[in-house]
Design a protein around this ligand. Structure first.
Ligand code: PMP
Length: 385
């Protein structure tokens, strides 16, 4: 099988596996226990934090280890709620991950103002500036890179607008970290990520808090993470996450980004051979690994089944909304009608994907397309938007 769903999760890097297995065997003790072997694990945990701080270019004390981005996003909104008064609101981009959207709704309900995106999925900085000027805002939530389309947000502009208005910014960097360098991300007040999106284990991640945040609690009942997130530290997973992030930062990012050429060749070819096919967000800056392909006909679930049989695993969008009858909220925000959004498949390559697999995937898509054309289906029923 060829795996093209790396934005949902990706395989472990060998360096992460080595750290994980070795820590499970050699450093399994509870780092908070009162004997020397635990003190050693505590020291290792803090060394891992320093390593991550090196990759994220921040102070080690700003990092809270947790179970991943969903937890981080929930924690930030719960925190923001405790500090907000009646007349303040939160600004949330319409294309955020459900863990941001649902946390915002749970904590702020009608006090959310949605930030619009253009037809390429890029958030409007003019609207952001206008709202920051006019409203009393307690938090801005805009992701760094989108999980469905790969669209990269104008992070420098967003960072400087939030800073100049003194408003805190939650930057969900789950899809950015491991694909682009953390040095290119301006310092957000809250930065969240999940290790399994960049070749680490699942169920571990981080929340980076800027020093301006002050008193913060996400899980009470333990003194771990300086009391900010209680619960026994998952040192083996943390070690693997920090080792792989540091490895990527030092060796891999330039190399994987050069593979954008494979994706571009794939897109160019299909645009020529399949009439009516559209690349969503093609005018925006996108991650090197992601293509959101709007097929000229047939529901995406039908494409997925056929591609699976041909040996290719792709998805319809966010894995978190698989099973949902609703069309993608990301594509709807970009102005696509429900019927059109339902013809979109998401292809996301990863560190193991080869150039040959991109070519073979294009072959398979063309083959399936010709099959649809021949089965009396609606292959030539092209709806444009
Ligand atoms: N934010 C974004 C942008 C994501 O892509 C994901 C995972 N699909 C999450 C948050 C949630 O990550 P996790 O499931 O690891 O908590």
């Amino acid at each position: 099988m060829s795996y093209f769903d790396n934005n949902a999760t990706c395989p472990l890097y060998p360096i992460a596996r080595e750290s994980l297995v070795s820590a499970l065997d050699e450093a399994w003790q509870n780092p908070s226990s009162p004997y020397r072997r635990s003190a050693r694990v505590y020291a290792l945990l803090e060394a891992a934090r320093e390593k991550m701080a090196g990759a994220l270019k921040c102070d080690a004390q700003e990092i809270i280890f947790n179970s991943g981005a969903t937890e981080g996003n929930n924690a930030v909104f719960a925190w923001a709620k405790t500090l907000s008064d009646e007349d303040s609101c939160v600004l949330v981009s319409r294309t955020e991950h459900p863990s941001v959207i649902e946390s915002a709704k749970a904590s702020f309900g009608t006090k959310i103002i949605w930030l619009e995106v253009d037809e390429n999925g890029v958030v409007s900085c003019e609207q952001l500036e206008k709202l920051l000027r006019e409203q009393k805002v307690s938090l801005v939530a805009i992701m760094a890179a989108n999980n469905e389309t790969g669209v990269v947000a104008p992070v420098k502009e967003i960072g400087s607008l939030c800073r100049s208005f003194g408003v805190k910014w939650l930057c969900d960097a789950t899809q950015w970290i491991g694909e682009l360098s953390a040095t290119e991300l301006p310092a957000a007040d809250f930065l969240v990520g999940s290790a399994h999106k960049f070749g680490g284990p699942k169920g571990v991640g981080f929340l980076r808090l800027s020093s301006s945040v002050g008193d913060f609690h996400s899980a009470r009942g333990g003194e771990q993470e300086e009391g900010r997130r209680g619960g026994t530290s998952n040192y083996p997973a943390i070690a693997a996450m920090c080792d792989v992030l540091s490895f990527l930062d030092q060796n891999e990012l330039a190399e994987v980004n050069s593979r954008v050429a494979w994706r571009e060749a794939f897109e160019e070819r299909l645009l020529k051979t399949i009439p009516g096919l559209v690349i969503n967000s093609s005018e925006a800056t996108r991650l090197w690994n992601t293509v959101s392909l709007r097929m000229p006909s047939q529901e995406n679930t039908r494409w997925l089944r056929k591609l699976d049989k041909e040996g290719f695993e792709v998805s319809t969008g966010s894995a978190c909304s698989t099973g949902s009858e609703e069309p993608s909220h990301v594509l709807s925000a970009q102005g696509l009608m429900a019927e059109v959004a339902r013809r979109t498949i998401r292809i996301s390559s990863g560190w193991l994907t080869t150039e040959g697999e991109w070519v073979a995937l294009a072959d398979a898509i063309e083959k399936i397309w010709h099959g649809f054309s021949g089965d009396g289906g609606d292959a030539f029923h092209i709806i444009s938007v």
